[in-house]
Design a protein. Structure first.
Length: 458
């Protein structure tokens, strides 16, 4: 008797790919946008306050220009802490999931910002005031260090392959939106007489962040975990592991051992946009006031530029889906280098239109071309089980070298050049940053067509 072969076992039904539910990707994108806006409002609010009030309030015994440098030093402390936040929250985000980390970072940021708004000045508690200020800034840095990676990955990992740049760009819109809100908040407070503004007016924007944090938490509680992360915890055809992929090494150690090239290229690629951001959103305010512009005019220039950046971000991000990440990013890096001198020539004219045009040229037009596709770019450079850590550490390390140090370096270079309008040293710094990022993105290659669900992709 001849036995017949057993019938073939049908393959498991395919799971819906990322981006299958348009309603869910919209909810996730809105959540990431609002959450990033709130986090960056708090974080960038500090930078604007450092340019306007922290010098006289927390470093009153120093020369005014040296006081500005010292206040920018506390600004840098928050940026230095950001890679630590990327490592810590990246570790748990790669093991436990993206959503839990986003809730934690938002609560941490809200607490730190509220305490800054309540902090007594040097006149009240002496040296303890700047010490506590630096400590709270470090907490802010740790929180935002874990925030961006989770928000970016939640959006990009939910998106369909051909639209990752566009949906990731929604997350990237949060930073300029936060900058607009932070600058407007301090600008409104700055309408008070100087005595009242320095006494209590500057505190109101920090305390107002409590309400924004509440909105952000409400929205984030309503979204689902990343489908790419959920699937990465299982082999093909088996049930997903809810807690995420189990790996032998710590994610940060594995990134260093298996993806050192990607990590270095990602960090260097991020230097130019963040250096330009630090110079043209923080340093330019104190610089413009120092050469005779009114405080409200300086703040208005940043608001106009940031508002235009919000509008340009989705356009640049979508363009990266159509022509590739590398051409768009490379164009932005070269634009930062090319506009470094013209931007300050315009600012140094002393005309309001010149100030606004200079900031818009370098900030809204040049650096946004790099910042817009960055969420998708960095997500595509790392495997799923390392993606939160890899993207966060590279992004946050770039902010240290770029936005964290550039205002302090720019102020120091200006001081060494004798002050006034001797900004050629600052421009050369931006040229170097732009060229460095251009070289890095050239060697990175095109990432836009990589499959995020392939966790073994190299």
């Amino acid at each position: 008797m001849t036995s017949s072969a057993p019938p073939p076992v049908p393959p498991p039904a395919p799971r819906p790919g990322p981006g299958a539910d348009p309603r869910e990707i919209r909810r996730v994108a809105l959540s990431s946008y609002i959450g990033t806006t709130v986090e960056m409002y708090d974080f960038l609010l500090y930078g604007t306050a450092a340019a306007l009030v922290f010098g006289p309030l927390f470093f009153p015994d120093l020369d005014p220009l040296i006081g500005v440098i010292a206040s920018f030093g506390t600004l840098a402390a928050g940026y230095v802490a950001r890679p630590l936040g990327g490592i810590v929250f990246g570790h748990f985000g790669d093991r436990l999931g993206r959503k839990r980390m986003l809730l934690t970072t938002m609560i941490l940021m809200g607490a730190a910002s509220t305490l800054i708004g309540l902090l007594p000045t040097y006149e009240r508690i002496g040296l303890a005031a700047p010490v506590i200020l630096v400590a709270l800034r470090v907490v802010q840095g740790v929180a935002v260090g874990g925030e961006w990676g989770g928000a970016a990955l939640m959006t990009v990992e939910h998106a369909a392959p051909g639209s990752r740049g566009a949906w990731g760009g929604v997350t990237q819109m949060g930073a300029p939106t936060g900058a607009v809100l932070a600058t407007l908040a301090l600008a409104l407070a700055g309408l008070l007489p100087d005595e009242q503004f320095l006494a209590w007016g500057w505190r109101v924007p920090f305390l107002a962040s409590v309400a924004l944090i509440g909105v952000g938490l409400f929205v984030r509680l309503r979204i689902s975990e990343s489908p790419v992360f959920a699937r990465s915890g299982s082999d093909a055809g088996s049930a997903p592991v809810p807690s995420g992929p189990a790996r032998g090494r710590l994610p940060f150690v594995e990134v260093l051992l298996t993806r050192p090239r990607n990590l270095v290229l990602a960090v260097v690629a991020g230097i130019a946009p963040f250096a330009a951001q630090g110079v043209f959103t923080a340093f330019v305010i104190s610089y413009a006031i120092g050469i005779g512009y009114d405080r409200s005019v300086a703040l208005t220039a940043v608001v106009v530029s940031s508002t235009l950046a919000i509008a340009l971000t989705p356009l640049y991000a979508r363009l990266s889906d159509l022509v590739g990440r590398r051409p768009v990013y490379l164009g932005g890096a070269l634009a930062v280098a090319v506009t470094a001198f013209p931007a300050f020539w315009l600012v140094n004219t002393g005309a309001v239109a010149g100030l606004i045009a200079g900031v818009v040229l370098a900030h809204a037009i040049a650096l946004t071309a790099m910042y817009a596709p960055m969420a998708a770019l960095l997500a595509e450079m790392f495997d799923t089980h390392l993606r939160y850590t890899g993207a966060s550490v590279s992004y946050q390390s770039a902010t240290v070298l770029g936005a964290g140090l550039s205002p302090m370096i720019a102020a120091s270079v200006l001081t060494a050049a004798g002050g006034g309008t001797a900004t050629h040293g600052v421009s050369w710094m931006l040229v170097a940053a732009g060229l460095a990022s251009a070289v890095a993105i050239w060697f990175t290659g095109e990432t836009g067509r990589r499959d995020l669900t392939d966790i073994d992709a190299r």
